[in-house]
Design a protein around this ligand. Structure first.
Ligand SMILES: Cc1cc2nc3c(=O)[nH]c(=O)nc-3n(C[C@H](O)[C@H](O)[C@H](O)COP(=O)(O)OP(=O)(O)OC[C@H]3O[C@@H](n4cnc5c(N)ncnc54)[C@H](O)[C@@H]3O)c2cc1C
Length: 690
């Protein structure tokens, strides 16, 4: 039971401080809610302008709009700078990378606010000196408990009001938790000191059960902090998650037994926030997973199903990529959102977040023929599928991959449950220019954005799509779909530039003056092979021809190259290139038509740069390059061309995302975005899979 003890002791000022804390929190949440509403109004007005064929639907039109745009630009620039992550891996070192500037400022302000709350109007001397400060610290600590729980859920009240999803605010959740630990430490240490001075410590522990619960609560809080630090969290996420839930329950119980009646509302408020989130999630889970089906046309044959059929197959064995197709999904989603997937027959109590790699589209009438992007024409059966592209790691994803077996057989069918969609990405088609940057499986985030824009460009006039992959073999899987989407968007008047950079393959110059993509492993392109245009500014490596022979491989731009071919000796390169020329010229009559039989021919041996393919798409569809593309080359040209607002979306490893954030911030500052120079705003949106 909550204690009656010390209910009124020194509590007037403390209650006022607690009230002030919640007024500040309320004002901040209210402001974020207002921003959310304004953002929705802006989105609508842009759609309206686009529907009215306005030449620049994303441009500011009046003075208030200009003030708003300038304030937004200043805040974005201030928030973007980040220290480059010390490592890309989930190791101890990653934990020490500081937060980006904007987040650091928020944490600093929060800490300063709590420090002021701890010290304002507090006694500096007198008999009750230690007790008074200890009580203040107790109030400050317990007052923060509901807030830390409010910002913890996937469907919290905070998320619903502000449209800031849980995974984008969890850094604050962690920092508020740390601040609570410090204020609890102050509370405990000062009581300890006061009792110690009056020789009362032992008696307190013996006669006051609430004190024992207090120590218990502190122990649980310390345990939560320790088990939440990044390396422990990464080591085994499921254990972290279960432990976190159980520990929060234990903490709330200890608090319930420890705090006086006058402060118990904080415990109930915390429980209410958690219950709100859990209730909505349970409802969403049921809604997402219960669906009906019928085998005949009579209504009576409808039956309810719990869970979905998931078809799982291997997309790329070498890259350990698995594709999961969830059948009969009724929820709506937007490009850039993710779901939580659980497959109990593989791992009963686990659910993992994965980006949805296809777009939500209105269903055609059942029985009608339809052509899905990247897929063959099929007769529609009235169901909508949701696609996931999963790269194999150590646990669930690896087991999923293994389940498919060694041979490329028919997809494995399992029962799956989904929860979502989660995430609040911007409305991509309300920007004038869209720059999409992905490495490896990050394409699962950017590809549906391209797909969504290709279906309904609205305000979009230009898309630059960059995808960096390690191996040529990665390309054949999604290149075809990418090219189709590019053409679909072009057909709707969007200027589309697609670049695929291969970091472990190379480009070579064939006699016909075209660059061709070489593979590093003897693996040849599928029907989606490629030819890139000569002279591309994106090439980091190119072969130099003298009198028809190859002399050397030279890095263009003097940039370091990641290509394995950089290590190839000139003589090897010459040999490889000679093979390239003969192979490509012998195939020079190959059709560029999509779906034409591939004209690839593997070179002898298994070394880098030996396999060459010149068939596939024309250079207008997709440009291929070798080595890592420069960030400036990816971002600056479209921003300079933009006549309206730009969004730069990046799904990659930590370091690339930091680089992109820093670069966008710097460019906006240099170009004096929305500060009288005429340069238009840029939103930088990064998404990490860790
Ligand atoms: C918003 C979001 C979208 C994602 N989209 C994709 C995608 O489209 N394709 C893809 O291949 N990967 C995606 N990921 C990463 C994917 O969720 C993890 O790779 C997967 O959960 C790893 O599980 P595992 O047991 O196989 O690996 P493990 O080796 O056990 O874990 C690898 C890492 O994944 C993290 N992780 C594990 N389980 C979870 C969980 N339940 N919730 C959050 N993080 C977890 C851990 O921090 C750990 O560091 C996404 C992650 C997030 C946060």
């Amino acid at each position: 039971m909550p204690s009656d003890m010390s209910d009124n002791l020194f509590s007037k000022t403390n209650r006022d401080i607690a009230r002030t804390y919640w007024i500040i929190v309320g004002v901040v949440i209210g402001s974020l809610t207002a921003l959310n509403i304004i953002d929705r109004i802006l989105v609508r007005s842009r759609f309206k302008a686009a529907a009215n064929n306005s030449p620049h639907p994303t441009r500011v039109k009046n003075k208030i709009g200009q003030i708003w745009a300038t304030a937004t630009a200043v805040l974005r620039e201030a928030a973007l700078p980040s220290v480059r992550s010390f490592t890309n891996k989930n190791t101890l070192l990653a934990m020490f990378t500081p937060l980006p500037l904007g987040r650091s400022v928020v944490v600093f302000i929060y800490m300063a606010m709590v420090a002021i709350m701890l010290s304002i109007n507090v006694y500096t001397s007198g008999y009750w000196y230690y007790e008074k400060i200890a009580y203040r610290a107790a109030w400050v600590s317990v007052t923060q408990i509901p807030f830390v729980l409010l910002i913890s859920g996937r469907l919290s009240l905070f998320t619903l009001l502000t449209n800031i999803p849980g995974e984008r605010i969890n850094w604050l959740h962690r920092w508020v938790g740390r601040v609570i630990l410090v204020s609890v430490l102050v509370h405990m240490a000062l009581f300890w000191r006061g009792w110690d001075l009056s020789d009362f410590l032992q008696t307190e522990l013996e006669i006051m059960p609430m004190v024992r619960y207090g120590f218990g609560g502190f122990g649980v809080l310390g345990w939560i902090m320790f088990t939440s630090i990044a390396p422990v969290r990464w080591y085994t996420y499921e254990l972290f998650y279960l432990n976190h839930l159980a520990s929060v329950g234990a903490l709330l119980w200890c608090l319930y037994m420890h705090v006086p009646k006058s402060a118990i509302y904080n415990v109930w408020l915390g429980i209410a926030f958690v219950a709100f989130d859990r209730f909505l999630r349970a409802a969403l889970f049921l809604y997402s997973n219960i669906h009906s089906s019928s085998t005949s046309t009579t209504k009576s044959s409808y039956s309810l199903h719990f869970g979905h059929t998931a078809e799982i197959d291997i997309l790329d064995r070498k890259e350990n990529l698995t594709r999961v197709v969830i059948k009969d999904v009724k929820m709506k989603w937007r490009a850039g959102q993710h779901i939580y997937l659980s497959i109990p027959s593989l791992r009963p109590f686990e659910s993992h977040p994965f980006s949805i790699s296809n777009t939500y589209e209105a269903l055609p009438l059942p029985g009608k023929e339809y052509k899905e992007l990247g897929n063959a024409t099929a007769t529609h059966n009235g169901s909508r599928d949701l696609h996931l592209l999963i790269s194999s790691r150590a646990g669930f994803s690896k087991q999923l991959h293994r389940k498919c077996g060694p041979a490329d057989n028919a997809p494995v069918v399992l029962k799956a449950f989904i929860e979502g969609p989660y995430g609040s990405p911007p409305a991509w088609n309300t920007f004038e220019t869209v720059v999409l940057i992905a490495t490896s499986t990050g394409v699962t985030f950017t590809l549906p954005i391209l797909e969504e824009i290709a279906s309904n460009p609205a305000c979009v006039r230009r898309i630059h799509f960059h995808w960096t992959v390690r191996h040529v073999s990665d390309l054949k899987l999604l290149t075809k779909r990418l090219a189709r989407l590019g053409n679909k968007a072009r057909g709707k008047g969007v200027d589309v530039f697609i670049n695929i950079a291969v970091t472990c393959g190379t480009m070579k110059t064939a006699k016909d003056g075209k660059f061709v993509v070489g593979s590093d492993d003897g693996d040849s392109f599928g029907a989606a092979g490629s030819v890139a245009s000569k002279g591309s500014e994106y090439l980091l490596l190119k072969t130099v021809e003298k009198d028809g022979t190859v002399d050397e491989i030279t890095p263009v731009n003097g940039e370091p190259v990641a290509s394995c071919c950089a290590a190839t000796s000139p003589s090897q390169a010459a040999q490889a290139h000679t093979r390239t020329i003969s192979t490509s010229s012998s195939n020079s009559s190959a059709s560029d038509e999509e779906g034409a039989p591939c004209c690839c021919a593997a070179g002898t041996g298994n070394s880098c740069c030996e396999t060459v393919c010149t068939c596939g798409f024309s250079s207008d569809d997709i440009e291929f390059s070798c080595g890592r593309p420069l960030i400036s080359k990816m971002i600056l040209p479209p921003i300079e061309l933009a006549e309206g607002e730009t969004v730069v979306a990046c799904c990659a490893n930590r370091r690339l995302m930091d680089d992109v954030r820093n670069y966008v911030g710097r460019v906006c500052d240099e170009r004096a975005v929305h500060k009288g120079s005429g340069a238009q705003g840029v939103l930088c949106w990064t998404e990490g899979f860790y």
